[in-house]
Design a binder for this molecule. Sequence first.
Ligand code: DAK
Length: 256
Amino acid sequence: MSLVVLEHPAEHVALLRLNRPEARNALSPELRAELRSHFLSLSEERAIRAIIVTGDRKAFAAGADIRSMVSIGPAEMMRRGDDLNWGAIRHCPKPVIAAVNGYALGGGCELAMHADIIVAGEGALFGQPEVKLGIMPGAGGTQRLARAVGRYRAMLMLLTGQPITAREAYEAGLVSKITPDEDTVPEAIAIARAIAAMPPLAVAEIKQVLHAGLDAPLDTALMLERRAAYLLFDSFDKREAMTAFLEKRSATFSGT
Ligand code: DAK
């Protein structure tokens, strides 16, 4: 049985469903390897224009698999090379949408924060409880969380291990949109379809520039933005989109 199930809920849209419900979708080494392999191939698949990651109603993911970590030391953790798994998601050029229901804890919260857009069900809980286990986040939990919600809210969550609700996460800027629990995945699919209908080169450039620019000095980031914007003027899709607007018809994009 696959630990990550690949579905195609709409044209140009891939959905990856974590499938370890009995362990609250804890991210075992095997599950991470499957997730990585899906991201590597979907990143290269031209027909795919948006990727959704989701879990089930009880858990998006309850974090790294504690059972697989309880008796290992730093050398074994390093040998596992987990950053290669995260890197496959981090470097994915397609927009990634996390559809979160239930627990998004530890590595699960970090997985959600690897996404470009987070849609959360009202009952979702986001937290970094690693401190309770005598460790700390190792996949961006201190850095991405602080960038998303600010250092003071992040510090509170990280040092107490207490989760926040979907509503609190939305108000803090960690969540893009809240939905009733049953609508989380349909909403993520609707967003993915809307993105998939956009010119792919423009989508890819916007994603790349937003991420790269956020951690660069403002002048450098603005230059990155201008360069990418100039580049898009060379695309077939830009000519098609503007011509279609002037001719009052809908555009057809080829990703060129
Ligand atoms: N790992 C392994 N098994 C887990 C799990 C996890 N993270 N979370 C839940 N499970 C398993 C439970 O052991 C239980 O298994 P059985 O006893 O049935 O065999 C089953 O899932 C159902 O769990 P519960 O009975 O506890 O279910 P509840 O609905 O009552 O509670 C819960 C759900 C998510 C609130 C609770 O299970 C929970 O607190 N889970 C642990 C959450 C957590 O502490 N997450 C953080 C894990 S550490 C690194 C540095 C750090 C890390 C990794 C790398 N580097 C240096 C690179 C670590 C990151 C983490 O994420």
